[in-house]
Ligand binder design. Structure first.
Ligand code: THU
Length: 290
């Protein structure tokens, strides 16, 4: 059986090679999966600058100003046996996206992904203009899709690696000599470091991951501020977090948060998620079960 394949006809008209298509492909596939769409879909996606968007908005919507996104759903009859279902065209305006991303304090890629999802929902017939109820349905769905995207818009892997090495070098490990470094990344672009801290009473020892996480919480951050966690051990192989740290992570981080794990030389890595490390974790809901 052929693997399901969706296609984006991508046109970057900004003259800046604004964005690679690969990010949009991930957003497209994820959105279709989320909406439980089983067929192969095609969408045209263009990124334009302000003057062109203003012209389109004036011509087709009667608004003489640039806007962030315009959607033109496919309106012709779908041909039988066509390899793709055509969803129509989505146009994004880079300049408006950049301005809004700055205003909402979001990475530009996240803003572009958000608007692409918005356009796709319109193409599937969702409409926030019709009624308050329709608006609620569409906006809730669009946020759910955005928040479950398997894309980390925030973590700079180069900075993360540097911070992990720094953290690891400070580990307090007089007994095991096994140095572990951990870093929690927050949406404000901060990298919070931790390392394992041992004790002559061995059970008091605390792992690097929990030190970094507890430190982040102690600084006033919460689950919704955290975007990822990285860790490194002094082993030649990739050493994954212990069960206790996984349990702590499962409560203090979103289950979809990425986790980046490196071996000592950083030539081996495992990129996973909190849920990937601890499926079926014990949660506060289990406390109430009878
Ligand atoms: N360690 C961590 O810091 N994180 C883990 O997930 C596994 C183990 C530390 C604890 C102890 O200081 C040393 O590694 C050996 O177990």
């Amino acid at each position: 059986m052929n693997k399901k394949q969706n296609k984006i006809d991508y046109l970057d008209k900004t003259g800046k090679k604004a964005k690679a298509i690969s990010m949009f492909e991930k957003v497209f596939d994820h959105t279709l999966n989320y909406l439980n769409k089983k067929e192969n879909y095609l969408v045209s996606l263009s990124i334009v600058r302000s003057p062109e968007m203003r012209k389109l908005n004036r011509e087709f919507k009667g608004n003489d100003k640039p806007t962030d996104v315009l959607t033109f759903p496919y309106e012709c009859e779908i041909e039988e046996g066509a390899p793709f279902i055509d969803l129509g065209s989505i146009i994004l305006c880079l300049d408006v996206c950049q301005k809004d991303a700055k205003e909402y304090n979001l990475p530009i890629d996240k803003e572009l992904a958000f608007l692409f999802i918005h356009g796709l929902l319109h193409a599937f017939g969702y409409d926030h203009h019709k009624s308050k109820k329709d608006e609620e349905i569409m906006f809730k769905l669009q946020n759910e899709i955005l928040n479950t995207l398997p894309i980390d818009f925030y973590t700079d892997i180069k900075i993360l690696k540097k911070k992990l090495k720094e953290a690891q070098s400070n580990a307090y490990v007089p007994y095991s000599k096994f140095k572990v470094g951990a870093v929690v990344v927050t949406k404000d672009g901060k990298y919070h470091t931790g390392f394992n801290i041992e004790n002559s009473a061995y059970t008091v020892c605390c792992c690097a991951e929990r030190v970094a996480l507890f430190r982040t919480y102690a600084e006033g951050y919460h689950k919704e501020d955290i975007v990822s966690l990285g860790c490194i051990t002094s082993s030649n192989q990739v050493g994954t977090p212990c069960g206790v740290c996984r349990q702590a992570m499962s409560e203090l981080m979103d289950l979809n948060c990425p986790v980046y794990i490196f071996n000592n030389d950083m030539d081996k890595k495992l990129f996973t998620t909190v849920k990937g490390l601890l499926p079926y974790c014990f949660t506060s809901e289990d406390l109430n079960a009878r």
